[in-house]
Design a protein around this ligand. Sequence first.
Ligand SMILES: *Cc1c(COP(=O)(O)O)cnc(C)c1O
Length: 360
Amino acid sequence: MSRAATATIHLGALRHNLERARSLAGRSRVMAVVKADAYGHGLERAYRALRDADAFGVASVQDGQRLRAAGARQRIVVLSGVHEAGELAAARRLKLEPVIHHREQVDLLERDDDPQPLSVWVKIDTGMHRLGFDPDEIPSVAERLAALPALAGRVAWMTHFAASDEPEKPITAAQIAAFERATAGRGGERSLANSAGLVAFPAAHADWVRVGGLLYGVSAFADRVGTDLGFRPAMSLATRLISIKQVARGERIGYAGSFECPTDMEVGIAAIGYGDGYPRHAGPASVVHIDGHAAPVLGRVSMDLVAVDVGRVPSARVGSKVLLWGPELPVERVAAAAGTIGYDLICGVTRRVLFVDDDA
Ligand SMILES: *Cc1c(COP(=O)(O)O)cnc(C)c1O
């Protein structure tokens, strides 16, 4: 028998979330960001639910190729760009739109003598200091790109927010202003907002919003989960109890005996662990759900197993379903108890977990 750990992907939630993103985006178009295998949901599966997106954003040419093979005909932006001539040629053949964020990539475009048209997105570093040109480099980059006939009328502008999930911080307004200065008077489409920007900075919706996390129902805001914002969780991670035993007061549970039973306890063992992507750093506030009741995680999470307190779950039996996260137990809360973010957990479900489509 295979292991019980199952990730159910709610395709209806993905569809709903795309519509919700659209309604928040108003007249701006929605680029569905599907990097990291659609945030761990499976690229081809997510594509089937998100096929009405106005465009897709991927991390690599290879993922763009997978989307084309799945049937995607809309625009596809390669967010990390292309890094050598072969990749540029593949991008062009597949009609992918690379992000240009570094002078090396402008050099690559200048050396390229293929006259076929190519659309590119120039990324401006307005304060995140990860990828992108400094705003004062933009005039010379724009001039170099304008001299390339294959790119004529096909240069778009983008930037990425560092802290749009913390709207009280002044940096996002500064980033918006820097972007406006750098692109003033230049033709071409513009894109600034990610999921948090979609919600918190309507003034930055521009031509395209690039939405990842919220399409999967996951919020980046510390104080609000996806459902608070009208989105639905697209993944449920579940398994079964494979043991229940009584453990006496004073005994310790799991590796290093980090949990000592304060009373006699009824301890359930769920067939899931960090080898499946359940966080090893699940802290003392972590819970799972069994038949709608919260059951606290006890001691260290091991590779294949998690111990939970089933003392308040009268219906718990060997074979009971255990929910690790899903609509009734937001992954953002599970992540917070483990010292990380929901994005990290949904991206980290491993290959040995069985993925099942829920088409409802
Ligand atoms: C990942 C990514 C996004 C999407 O961010 P979310 O917070 O998941 O919405 C948007 N733009 C770029 C450049 C990205 O890398």
